[in-house]
Every structure is written in C-alpha cells, then in structure tokens.
Design a protein around this ligand. Structure first.
Ligand SMILES: NC(=O)c1ccc[n+]([C@@H]2O[C@H](COP(=O)([O-])OP(=O)(O)OC[C@H]3O[C@@H](n4cnc5c(N)ncnc54)[C@H](OP(=O)(O)O)[C@@H]3O)[C@@H](O)[C@H]2O)c1
Length: 480
C-alpha cells in the first residue's frame, strides 16, 4: 500500500460540501492506508474556530456519514484550523507559517493540494495570494482543486482561467465534476477499450439513438438564489450531462494515454452541433419549469425562496443533440434533465437498430442511480408453445461486498489528485466548448419575446413537450 505524503489546505472548511463530502472521503483514504503518518489537513474559513473545535466538526461529519470511528483520534490529530478571511492578504502569512511547520512535522516533502470549496468569485482572490505570498512550494507538487461552477458562460470561464493560470498551470488544475468520480462512470472507457464486443456495441452504424437522463426528485430547496443564475442548462447539462455524452461517444485514440484520451474528449465537445436559429432550436430543445404539485404538497418554482415570481429560469430541459462528425451524423442523442420529477433516474441508454418491426430494440443501459449497474437488454423466446418474444436482461450490479472497497466519488477524485491523474477532471478546453454549446442556446432564447416555457407539476413525469420531442421522431423515452 502506497502511503501518500501531503498537506491539503481546504478553503471553506466550515461549509456544507467539506462537511458532507470531503471529511468522510479523507477518512476513507485514511482507513485504507493511503493517508497514514505523513499528512496534515489545514481547514480555513472566517469563523473563529480552533483546532479542537474543528476536529469535533470533522468527527461529527463522519458520524453523520455513518462511518465507523476506528482510529478516529489519530485521524483527527492531523487536522488543523486557521481562521482566515481569504480577502485579507495579511492572513496568508500565518497560513504559510502553519503550512511550513506542518510540512516539517509530518515530513510531507513539500507536496501541497489546495482545495477551494467556496464561492467561485473568490477562486482567483485565493490563487493570486497563494502565489504572491509564496505559499507555493518549490520542492514537491502544488495542485489546485476547484469546485463547480467554472464560470457562468464562455466569457466568464475564460476570465477565470486567465486569473487561475497566473498562479497554476493547466496541468495543476483539477476541476471537480463529481459524476466523473462515480465508479460506474469510470467503467465506461475501460469497457469500451478492453472488450472486443464493444467495437460492435459502440459503432454508430449499429445504434439507432442514445438517451441520457439525469432526473432529480428534489426541487431547488434552499438554493433558489444560486439556481436563478444557473437553471438546469448550467447546473446539470453544461457539465455532468455533456461529460457523460462525451464518454459515450468520443473516439478512442490509438495511443491510450490519459493525454490522448483527454484530447479526444475535447474534440467531441467541439463537435456538438449548434442550433442554427430559433426555429431549429424550438424543434430540438424543450425548456420547462415546475409548477405546484397536483396534491399541492410542493410549491411552484416561482414560489420558492429567493426565486423571482416571474422567473423564466428552466428547471427542466430535453434536447436532441447531433454530433458534427460523419460517422455520428445520423445518430441522435436525446438528453433530458429536470428537478422535481417523480423518479430519480440517472442513466444512459444506447438503443440499437431493430432487427425486425415486431421485435423490440436491444439496448445497453449504464445506470448511475438509483442502482449503479450495467444491463444489456436482448430478446429471447418465452420458451412456451406460444413462442413469444420476451426480454433477456444481462445485468451487472455492484456486488454488496464491494461497496466498502470501491471508493465514493469524492474519495476517488481526491485519490486521483494525490496521484497527479487528471483523467477524471475536465480540461479547460472541455469546459470552454461545453459553454459554447450552452451559450448558443441561451443566445437564441434571448431572441424570444415571450419565453416558451413548458410547465409541469412538481413530482410528475415532466412536461409533455419533453415526451413529444422524441415521439415526433417515432421513438420514446425508455423509463424502466
Ligand atoms: N454543497 C454542495 O453540495 C455543492 C455541490 C456542488 C458544488 N458545490 C460548490 O462547492 C463550493 C462550496 O459550496 P458549499 O455548499 O460548501 O458552500 P457553503 O456551505 O456556503 O460554504 C462556504 C464556505 O466558504 C467560507 N467562506 C465564505 N466567505 C469566505 C471568506 N471571505 N473567507 C474565507 N472563507 C469564506 C464559509 O465559511 P465562513 O462563513 O466561516 O467564512 C464556508 O466555509 C461552491 O463553489 C459550490 O458551488 C457545492
């Protein structure tokens, strides 16, 4: 077992994400022996905590995550807290002193990860100070992990990139998209690359179309202010959904290096076909918003806290996407995502061309939630005298005994960063081309005098227009 040596400084250590995701993930890495004697975690935020209080907070986060508290005191002893307003330049010097003394104490060889888990507008404030005040080390590595969102559109993403790269090179920047840490998502490329059958299963000549669904049961809850600036296009489609689309459809390079694979992802995102005008957009993209649920137990989006009463923010989208590359040109990808839908389904389905009109299409399902797994759905005879066609499901679900061994999404991504492996983090050019696609949609929406919103009751299947988008092509969403 390799033990890693590092100091991780977490900005936003008192925040929700650190509490729910980062501390439990670090504890898993500790329990598996990847973190042992030679690591320290520095937590920083404005509130005036001390080490002892911070350690209690971390401990509480582990019990909330229902993690067994073996060796807990030793684990917690590696946590240190430094109160710090990131806008106050004089406080970075104290952080530097603490970091240097811990580096000495734990012999971390100068390796540093800076995890920024606070508002994106503060990302550059921090990175510039890290460089200007000499917190970046010459001995080991300096890596930066940042949370989403990376910009609001292409322009702001570019501005952010310019600011971050004054302190960190692109190959030191780890942009978190937690979908890319999910074990089933990490299976997509190995399955595609290592199986003879995959050449057939992934050949667009055999595929009728692809469906990608990222549905959520919850509404915006208390994140109305953020969601008003985002909508589902920026919150889910620009990052998670387009990343899944990319992994499924990208070309595989002859050279299977991480760099070559990343380049193929960039190429695919660049090849997403933009909608030519508003008329084309209306045929290919549905935007919806939830209204009060039929049983009145859930309020309309416009009645949510911090949401404008005349908001046109989309809480649902369905899109028909084309790829501008000859071999994929005739294989549409239907993508949908929404809030307050009546089942939490997150999956990808590759639907193959039918063998005969009366025989159901075969399909391959990669399910992220609720039950991570892979299913190849074929047709067989029912083995009776009637000899009717019925489904033959070849399924793989994560074995229960492996769930303790397989890393959770944040654990996996922290581990990759400790290894300097960027393959599950989006490159800036991936972000850029994904924004170009989303920006082109918003630009056309802006031309509309009266936004064409398809309303749907909370806790329903979503708007009928989302079904019609695919049904008008004589296809339908596979909801099972
Ligand atoms: N929570 C999630 O599930 C989630 C999901 C996806 C992405 N994200 C992203 O993760 C990041 C953090 O989200 P979060 O939900 O954890 O936010 P949060 O709960 O609001 O936490 C924000 C943190 O930033 C600190 N902070 C704010 N202003 C500061 C300042 N001037 N100087 C120093 N510290 C400051 C806060 O602590 P003090 O008040 O003590 O300063 C707190 O620790 C955001 O980029 C968000 O978009 C979060």
């Amino acid at each position: 077992m390799k033990e890693y040596r590092l100091i991780m400084t977490i900005f936003g250590a008192s925040g929700d994400l650190a509490h729910r995701k980062l501390y439990p993930a670090l504890y898993q890495l500790y329990n598996k022996g990847f973190l042992a004697d030679h690591f320290a975690i520095i937590g920083t935020a404005r509130r005036a905590w001390d080490d002892e209080f911070f350690r209690q907070v971390v401990k509480e986060s582990l019990s909330q995550a229902k993690q067994a508290n073996e060796n807990i005191e030793d684990f917690l002893s590696h946590f240190y807290y430094q109160a710090n307003d990131v806008k106050e330049s004089r406080q970075y010097n104290q952080l530097k002193k603490l970091s240097l003394s811990l580096s000495e104490k734990y012999q971390t060889q100068g390796n540093q990860i800076f995890y920024i888990s606070l508002s994106p507008k503060l990302f550059p404030v921090i990175t510039i100070q890290l460089k200007n005040q000499g917190l970046l080390t010459d001995q080991g590595y300096n890596r930066l992990i940042i949370e989403k969102p990376f910009g609001y559109d292409e322009k702001t993403a570019e501005e952010l990139q310019t600011q971050l790269t004054q302190s960190f090179d692109e190959n030191q920047i780890y942009r978190i998209d937690h979908y890319l840490g999910k074990s089933i998502v990490n299976q997509i490329l190995p399955i595609r690359m290592n199986n003879f059958l995959s050449q057939f299963l992934w050949d667009p000549a055999n595929i009728d179309h692809i469906q990608i669904t990222l549905d959520e049961e919850i509404g915006v809850e208390d994140r109305g202010a953020y969601y008003e600036t985002s909508g589902v296009s920026r919150d889910m489609i620009q990052n998670h959904a387009l990343q899944l689309l990319t992994l499924i459809t990208m070309d595989l390079p002859a050279n299977r290096s991480n760099e070559a694979l990343r380049q193929k992802k960039i190429d695919r995102l660049k090849q997403l076909k933009h909608y030519a005008d508003l008329e084309v957009l209306k045929k290919h993209v549905v935007r919806g918003q939830y209204i009060q649920s039929e049983d009145q137990s859930h309020v309309a989006y416009r009645q949510e806290k911090d949401v404008a009463s005349d908001s046109t923010t989309e809480t649902y989208m369905a899109l028909k996407i084309a790829i501008e590359q000859d071999k994929w040109a005739n294989t549409p990808i239907y993508l949908r995502s929404g809030k307050h839908l009546n089942n939490k389904q997150t999956d990808i389905k590759i639907i193959y061309k039918k063998q005969a009109e009366n025989v159901p299409a075969n399909y391959l399902q990669i399910e992220l939630a609720p039950h991570a797994g892979i299913r190849l759905c074929l047709s067989q005879s029912d083995s009776t005298h009637r000899n009717e066609i019925k489904e033959l499901n070849l399924c793989y679900h994560l074995p229960r005994e492996l769930t303790k061994v397989i890393p959770g999404d944040y654990e996996k991504l922290l581990f990759d960063c400790m290894n300097g492996d960027l393959s599950n983090f989006a490159h800036y050019l991936e972000v850029k081309y994904a924004w170009q696609f989303i920006d082109s949609i918003h630009a056309l929406w802006q031309e509309e005098k009266d936004p064409d919103l398809a309303f749907y009751p909370a806790q329903s299947n979503g708007p009928e227009a989302g079904d019609y988008l695919i049904e008008k092509d004589n296809r339908s969403w596979f909801n099972e």
